[in-house]
Design a protein around this ligand. Structure first.
Ligand code: PLP
Length: 366
């Protein structure tokens, strides 16, 4: 059996160091907003090539609290429009809705499946205030074109970098490519905690301070609350774990990239479209997603042969029951992708032999 992603094997490698980090936290007697969080925030900001990282409770909160902070700072107001890729994970869109903002769903680029700047430009109105590209599957969106567009229309740029820790273009990493970025440390993300976690990364001190304030009940002085905040903090245990795993992230990313390159070079099938990417570090392969019009057939075939695959994502956000307001909206490419996408097994713990077996099955598929 070839698992889709063997998280147990990945974390097992760091067991000793993680246990030592956890013991350090247990013994410290300090569990929320302490030295581990401060150290992780500084290390992660530095890793991303930005000035500030603020630990929060999840990736969703990182997105939500950034938008909320911009509202508090007077840069956004309820009812403003946020351009988002239509083919994202639903969290991106929920973060917009949770703040009373209006998501404008943009069809993706046909090759990268990332936010298409041209389609985004067409969707801009006089209420557009934010563009929210998602580095989908670990591949950077076209940030230089997006930033040019943002300057032209005075838009704030929020990167959804939940799948793209360490992805870089011209030496600049995700987290440093817009006004702010949201990261998730959900256990199976490229940098994963042993539970929920997230961070906002930004070079803007005012924004970082406001996010920190909002995530701590709107209080930076005990029992004095200046804004209506929430409880969304990255706790000391998770910060300590993430500090261990951050040191191994680049090695894991290189392994993901090497496996993806092998898939790219070895899979040859007329009915399978491979992901298009540049071999320059701009894709960190959170997922390796192929497309085929015979997707369900291929997934069943893999299952019969002991290979676990997943679909990212089987139902487009605007087709979800939860977003029934969008039911009548037509987004043909996004809808098509939800019927053709299939994610192959990939992760830093995958062996060459496992990859070769997946390739063989793929190429033998009739
Ligand atoms: C995982 C993910 C999120 C949400 O992160 P959580 O930590 O699960 O809240 C947001 N956006 C994208 C693109 C994601 O993949």
């Amino acid at each position: 059996m070839i698992p889709f992603f063997n998280l147990q094997a990945i974390n097992q490698q760091y067991r000793q160091e993680m246990l030592a980090a956890m013991a350090r936290v247990v013994d410290s007697g300090w569990y929320i907003r302490g030295a581990e969080l401060a150290a992780f925030e500084s290390e992660f900001a530095n890793y991303c090539g930005s000035r500030f990282a603020v630990g929060v409770g999840s990736g969703l909160d990182a997105l939500s609290l950034t938008l909320r902070a911009w509202i508090e700072l007077g840069k956004l107001k309820v009812g403003d429009e946020v351009l988002v890729p239509a083919n994202t994970y639903i969290a991106t869109i929920l973060a917009v809705l949770n703040n009373g903002l209006c998501p404008v769903l943009v069809e993706p680029d046909e090759k990268s499946f990332n936010l298409c700047p041209l389609n985004a430009a067409k969707a801009i109105t006089d209420r557009s205030r934010v563009i929210l590209p998602v580095h989908l599957y670990g591949q950077l969106a076209d940030m230089s074109t997006i930033n040019t567009l943002a300057e032209q229309y005075s838009l704030l740029v929020l990167e959804d970098a939940a799948q793209a820790h360490g992805a870089a273009v011209a030496g600049r990493r995700a987290g440093s490519l817009g006004h702010a970025a949201a990261f998730s440390f959900y256990p199976s993300k490229n940098l994963g905690a042993l539970g929920d976690g997230g961070a906002v990364v930004t070079a803007d001190q005012e924004l970082a301070d406001m996010v920190r304030l909002l995530g701590n009940y709107g209080s930076d002085k005990k029992y004095q609350n200046t804004v209506k905040g929430v409880n969304s903090r990255l706790d000391e245990l998770q910060a300590a774990i993430l500090r261990v795993k951050l040191r191994f992230l680049d090695g894991e990313t290189q392994r993901r990239q090497a496996l993806a390159k092998q898939y790219h070079d070895l899979i040859k099938h007329p009915d399978i479209i491979l992901p298009s990417f540049r071999d320059d570090g701009s894709h960190v392969f959170h997922l390796y997603v192929i497309h085929t019009s015979r997707r369900d057939e291929l997934q069943a075939y893999f299952a019969e042969h002991g290979v676990e695959t997943l679909i990212h994502y089987p139902i487009a956000p605007h087709k979800q029951e939860a977003l029934s307001e969008w039911r009548e909206v037509s987004l043909p490419l996004t809808e098509c992708l939800s019927h053709t996408a299939l994610s192959l097994p990939l992760g830093p713990a995958m062996s060459d032999a496992q990859l070769i077996e997946v390739v063989r099955l793929c190429n033998d598929w009739r």
